[in-house]
Design a protein around this ligand. Structure first.
Ligand code: IPD
Length: 277
């Protein structure tokens, strides 16, 4: 089993690097942009091309494996996790950045086996940082071991979040309300970079103390859940329970104390679950 997982990780790294090169080259070219669930939920031909590349490469190597991919789900595929080995793929995390030529974009590939996340690969393609994690074997960035922050005090925290693509005025107000509550603690600061997967890599690397978001998807956090966990951090539900990959919400932090203090401040923003259809 150990050898198999190592083989899966190697295959995921290889295809991630290939995908990253395509994205890097396409970043400054003209794109065909379409919208999905809202006017700010974007997709380009490169998202689709890269997702097809990843799925065809991995399914050639591992024909019995299943796939959950952001653009396949947008095209009508189901988003259901089974006991079978399932690759959970975000071909471009940070598509809005990508559309604008902003160089903060990533490929994210996680693998679940028997509904447990076993490995994760996230590639920040422009800065060429490759984050990898395997359950029980540590998390790394370009081979360097990662260690999450040990900060336990929310009033000393730098926090990342994302606004997502919802533009419904009530939901937008609630997103800002949560930021306001955290700033009034007062946290040191809140930053938004435009890629939830990369935010979570920053938590794993200890670059920031925490991340939270309502409205992200399973493919934004599957790979990262392994990387953050292996870096000594934690990912939990915004209400304080265990992480639910399909729930579209998360709090991640270097310490449980930090995560719980954030949970205490957050007021829920409702999103339809990824596995609701
Ligand atoms: C999105 C990005 C964004 C976050 C959204 C995600 P995508 O992923 O991570 O920062 O706010 O919730 O869905 O659409 O660029 O793959």
């Amino acid at each position: 089993r150990d050898e198999l997982l190592e083989e899966y990780l190697k295959a995921a790294v290889q295809v991630t690097l290939e995908a990253g090169q395509i994205i890097r080259e396409a970043l400054t070219s003209e794109k065909r942009v379409q919208t999905k669930s809202s006017a700010a939920d974007l997709v380009t031909e490169t998202d689709q091309l890269v997702e097809n590349l990843i799925i065809s490469t991995l399914s050639n190597k591992f024909p019995s494996h299943r796939f959950i991919g952001e653009e396949s789900v947008a095209a009508g595929e189901k988003c259901i996790l089974t006991d079978d080995p399932t690759w959970i793929i975000d071909p471009i995390d940070g598509t809005c950045n990508f559309v604008h030529g902003t160089p903060v974009v990533a490929v994210s590939i996680g693998l679940s086996v028997k509904k447990e996340l076993e490995l994760g690969v996230i590639y920040s393609c422009v800065e060429e940082k490759l984050y990898t994690g395997r359950k029980g074997h540590g998390a790394f960035c370009n081979g360097q071991k990662l260690q999450a922050s040990t900060q336990t005090d929310l009033s000393k925290a730098l926090i990342l979040t994302e606004l997502g693509s919802i533009r419904d005025p009530v939901a937008v107000k609630m997103l800002f309300n949560n930021m306001e509550r955290l700033l009034k603690v007062p946290a040191h600061g809140i930053r938004i970079v435009g890629s939830a997967a990369l935010d979570l890599c920053h938590v794993a690397a200890g670059d920031v103390d925490a991340f939270y978001q309502f409205g992200l998807h399973c493919w934004d956090m599957a790979a990262a859940a392994v990387i953050v966990g292996e870096a000594g951090g934690i990912m939990i539900d915004t209400a304080g329970g265990p992480l639910d990959l399909m729930s579209r919400r998360v709090v991640a932090a270097g310490t449980l104390e930090m995560a719980y203090q954030i949970v205490k401040e957050l007021q829920p923003v409702a999103y339809e679950r990824d596995d609701s259809t």
